[in-house]
Design a protein around this ligand. Structure first.
Ligand SMILES: Nc1ncnc2c1ncn2[C@@H]1O[C@H](COP(=O)(O)OP(=O)(O)O)[C@@H](O)[C@H]1O
Ligand SMILES: [Mg+2]
Length: 256
């Protein structure tokens, strides 16, 4: 699904987020275009997940505005919020599958919640999603019967169910071996070119960032630093970016 509107897919204007009394992000400004793949890197505990959830309208900024497809999350009534949220797919850390539901029901869940599709339409859509991630054979398996890589792919199948325009991935390759990591990244890239979606992906791995990103941002010391393209990131003279890329403990960037 493509969006022809002139608004950026996402726009953050002077966004400050405070959780449990602590400032997590301060004065973040960022714009993401339709069809772009933005990768978020940074030390653990730096606020990558918080940034992702703020973009998705889950966390409210204390100050500033988050526009999704031109709409300010904070100004929306709850029915409008639900409508906007339908344009978004999310795969959170550890894939957050429903342990008591099989693969079919995991993917069917958002369809049952958010659409009035008939059972036959749901079955067709679920099979399409599972087949796009190579899991059609696992349709009646429970999450615990799947390998780590398969669980991540099932999470992706579920995030695709509502044909999202923007997909958020929170460290999708965490805990995967190198082969499964490459397979999963390849799959995300294929699905993106098929659905023309905008992708915002958090990763702890610079390699993943370099493989996937149109642009890279670094979260650290409560700031969000736009490092630019892969090449610009590698050549960046910004002290936080330089330290992270070099993987050095000593420097201005605070590690957990
Ligand atoms: N709901 C919350 N309430 C209070 N503090 C939170 C909440 N979610 C995250 N934090 C804190 O925000 C900081 C950033 O967390 P997070 O975004 O999860 O880091 P990461 O970069 O590893 O994804 C951490 O110090 C974490 O403890
Ligand atoms: Mg996180």
């Amino acid at each position: 699904m493509t969006n022809q509107s002139k608004d950026p897919a996402l726009k953050l204007v002077n966004v400050t987020v405070r959780l449990g009394g602590d400032y997590i992000l301060k004065d973040v400004n960022l714009e993401i275009s339709h069809g772009e793949t933005l990768v978020i890197i940074g030390p653990s505990g730096s606020g990558k997940t918080v940034l992702l959830k703020t973009m998705a309208g889950i966390y409210k900024p204390e100050k500033g505005h988050v526009y999704c497809e031109g709409e300010d999350w904070q100004n929306l009534k709850s029915n409008e919020k639900i409508k906007l949220a339908r344009k978004i797919g999310m795969q959170f850390q550890k894939s957050a599958l429903f342990d008591s539901l099989d693969a079919f029901e995991n993917v069917a869940f958002p369809l049952r919640e958010h659409t009035k599709m008939t059972e036959a339409e749901i079955e067709l859509k679920v099979k399409e999603c599972l087949s796009s991630v190579g899991l059609l054979d696992a349709i009646h398996l429970m999450p615990y019967e799947l390998s780590g890589g398969m669980q991540q792919r099932l999470g992706i199948a579920r995030s695709l169910a509502l044909n999202p325009e923007i997909i958020f991935y929170d460290d999708p390759t965490a805990g995967l071996d190198p082969i499964n990591t490459d397979t999963l990244l390849e799959l995300i890239a294929q699905l993106k070119s098929h659905f023309h979606s905008t992708i915002i992906m958090v990763t702890h791995s610079l390699n993943c960032a370099y493989k996937m990103a149109d642009r890279i941002v670094l979260v650290g010391n409560k700031q969000v630093v736009l490092a630019g393209s892969v090449e610009e990131t590698q050549k960046s003279t910004h002290p936080l970016v330089r330290q992270f890329v070099a993987g050095e403990l000593e420097g201005p960037l605070k590690w957990d």
